[in-house]
Design a protein around this ligand. Sequence first.
Ligand code: NAD
Length: 335
Amino acid sequence: MAEQGSKQVGVGIIGAGKMGRIHAFNLAKGIPNARLVAVADVVEDSARKLAAEFGVANVFTDYLRLVENREVQAVVISTPTLQKPQIVKFATEVGKHIFCEKPIATTFHDAEQVVKSAQKSPAKFQVGYQRRFDPLHVKVKETIESGEVGSLVLVRSNTRDPLPNQAQWPDLKNSGGIFLDTCTPDYDVVRWFCGSEVNRVEAEGSPRSQPDQHTVITNLSLANGVVAQVDASRMASYGYDVRVEVLGTKGGIFTSPEAAKDIRVLKGSQEGVATYSGYPDRFKDAYRLEMESFVDCILKDADTRTTALDGKAAVEIAAAARKSMQEGKAINLPL
Ligand SMILES: NC(=O)c1ccc[n+]([C@@H]2O[C@H](COP(=O)([O-])OP(=O)(O)OC[C@H]3O[C@@H](n4cnc5c(N)ncnc54)[C@H](O)[C@@H]3O)[C@@H](O)[C@H]2O)c1
């Protein structure tokens, strides 16, 4: 396993795109116990630019060389999802700690392989479900646990992305589609809030006839009797919108205070409406906190908060949701 002697963990980033840059910034500027020591990207220019921005000397186009580098104790995998399982496999074989962006794989079968790889290695594995570190989501979870709203009855979670232009539309093969790419963080929130596993999934999407959908709804039943609903869309003209609602026997929790009082109409052109432009500003603190926690787990030999099994559970729900939409019937879990 990777050395843990020094006080700083040497981290290498594989995939120097949008998320790679967010993690590079936090590792280089926001986490004293970490040191960004290497960057790899198949596009050399992308790797070079990110490395230059943070003064990193080790630049690679082949991730194998980054993983083998002696200065690298932990890797952050922020490549498209299709590439993740093979990178996880190699990094675990070499004994490096892994922070893997969500979702861990594009298929349930590959997610099971990721779990196998992670379980074979004594090194740490954390999946990037940063909502478990987001101060607002953490407050909801703590309020649920305090018993203030009684026993849970219903959980709702949504992710609505701003209308993308054609060039930004996620590639289906690399991303796995909207259920996997957009909804898995909500599925993870549902499992986390409920403290229970999903045992039945029913989903609908539009347009159903296309390989990928712009808007989907998933109804979920959990083993403890709670029901949940997740919706996702790439058509939110008013900005990036992530919200949760929790209904308990003694009250409800709403992450948007206005929602409890009145309806509010938001439009793209409206001025003075404080919405987020995207995940980088909505989850700025959560991205730093999840990486800080990953580095602390390595230094203190503690368990990570979002495990490979959490990663697999979310992929399994997404696979069931797509199957449900395609076959027009509810799907029971486990698959
Ligand atoms: N946690 C979140 O909130 C969040 C938000 C957005 C994206 N993501 C996830 O982060 C991951 C990356 O997304 P992104 O938006 O940064 O994508 P991106 O396209 O901006 O970046 C991906 C980078 O990986 C590189 N790459 C591809 N294959 C590679 C390989 N084999 N080795 C090294 N580099 C390789 C590409 O050249 C590209 O630069 C995705 O899995 C996505 O689901 C997470």
